[in-house]
Write a protein that binds this ligand. Structure first.
Ligand code: ZN
Length: 136
């Protein structure tokens, strides 16, 4: 079951410059940065109530984030729904005829399993499911 919007992913050119905006102009504090080599990104997380903001800076030119920035410039990249059963969520979407980017979950940032749905199937919003690998 989907439990909440876990985070909103924002593609940025420069993690440091955008961190300054979130810290100085919004007063949010960064509670972690991480490089996810498999995705070719560096991430920084901010907490806004129950929802997190995930900044994504590409670390290589063939990163999906590089391609997104080339096409669209900086901006909202994806919305992530937190779920308690990511496998079930994926098969539910698949049964509904939604195109999956990942047939099975992959390791993401912040010790979570993640999987994406294709934006062509989701009314233009790249959609992520995420689930903690450890029970909180
Ligand atoms: Zn995400």
């Amino acid at each position: 079951m989907i439990q909440k919007i876990d985070h909103i992913g924002i593609a940025v050119n420069n993690l440091e410059a955008s961190t300054q905006y979130f810290e100085n102009a919004l007063g949010l504090s960064c509670h972690g940065t991480e490089e996810v080599a498999s995705q070719g990104v560096k991430t920084a997380f901010f907490e806004a109530g129950e929802v997190h903001i995930e900044l994504l800076e590409p670390t290589s030119s063939d990163s999906p984030i590089s391609k997104f920035l080339e096409k669209n410039g900086e901006g909202i990249h994806h919305i992530a729904f937190g779920t308690d059963d990511i496998e079930k969520q994926l098969s539910k979407a698949s049964d509904a005829g939604i195109r999956l980017i990942h047939q099975t979950p992959i390791p993401g940032a912040a010790e979570k399993l993640v999987a994406f749905l294709h934006p062509k199937s989701t009314h233009g919003v790249l959609t992520e499911f995420c689930m903690p690998t450890k029970k909180a």
